[in-house]
Design a protein around this ligand. Structure first.
Ligand SMILES: C[S@@+](CC[C@H](N)C(=O)[O-])C[C@H]1O[C@@H](n2cnc3c(N)ncnc32)[C@H](O)[C@@H]1O
Length: 257
């Protein structure tokens, strides 16, 4: 996972993802300067050391399970070699929760998107170890993957678990869950498909709730409030760190009308 998670101290200070030294996209030093098309990204790529196991997994399993980014729609039946319900996860981190869910639901295909290479390597290790045949990964900005690679109505579910909170007010605009993004995302859901988000940062939870409640294509499964944590959602690494810092957790579960 990138060095974006919780700070070691309680978050009166902001997370590493909020460091003022982080270059804005397009600024000198922006590591993603070649990837234009969106004014602000929801992540900052930082150098992360690849473990030897992650390196080996990338070399051995990457060719089979890591899909190259290309700005054209995927033929998902061809990718998975079957027709099945499909769930997309944005920002799987090190993939521990993703692997648990995919192992528990072998009849569903999972598309995991993560920009941080050590996380992709770690998830490939899970794929090899369990093993999992119902998972494919993409190492690219999920906003672009959704716009260009996922066909309309192709998904039965979307998971956005503990997206980078971007604590500082001036960075709030980098948050993934914004009205335009949610409106674009739900076009990829089949009718009745679900959008499940969770966060441990209350101001972001409130933003998520306001954005999703206001989206006319979505219906809140919990009236107008937060949902109980579904039994099938595992504890994630980021959530665990948040709980240890005394944070609360807010789940949101909506269906596409
Ligand atoms: C705070 S971490 C949470 C990881 C994991 N879901 C967990 O709960 O442990 C958020 C993750 O989202 C990834 N991320 C943020 N924006 C992204 C984007 N636009 N596309 C793909 N991944 C993204 C980051 O690299 C980071 O690993």
């Amino acid at each position: 996972m990138p060095e974006t998670p919780h700070p070691a101290a309680p978050p009166a200070a902001d997370s590493a993802s909020e460091q003022p030294s982080a270059p804005e996209p397009g600024e000198a030093g922006d590591p993603h300067a070649g990837l234009r098309g969106r004014p602000l990204r929801s992540f900052v790529l930082r150098a992360g050391r690849l473990g030897t196991g992650q390196q080996r997994a990338l070399a051995d399993l990457g060719p089979q399970y890591l899909l190259p980014y290309a700005p054209r729609p995927l033929d998902l039946d061809a990718v998975f070699g079957r027709h099945a319900p499909r769930v997309l996860e944005i920002g799987f981190g090190m993939g521990d929760a993703t692997a648990q869910v995919a192992a528990a639901q072998p009849g569903t295909d999972f598309i995991g998107i993560e920009v941080h290479q050590p996380g992709v390597g770690a998830m490939l290790k899970h794929i090899g170890a369990l093993p999992l045949s119902n998972v494919r990964l993409l190492q690219h900005d999920a906003v672009e993957v959704l716009a260009h690679m996922i066909p309309p109505g192709a998904l039965t579910g979307v998971h956005i678990w503990f997206p980078d909170p971007w604590h500082k007010k001036r960075h709030n605009k980098r948050r993934l869950i914004q009205p335009d993004f949610v409106a674009a995302l739900i076009t990829r859901l089949a009718p009745g498909g679900y959008l499940h988000a969770a966060t441990d940062w209350q101001p972001y939870a409130e933003q998520m709730l306001a954005v999703m409640n206001a989206e006319p294509g979505l219906v809140n499964t919990a009236g107008s409030g937060y949902a109980p944590k579904p039994d099938w959602r595992p504890l994630t690494k980021f959530e665990d760190r948040g709980l240890k810092l005394g944070h609360g957790v807010w789940d949101l579960l909506f269906h596409r009308i």
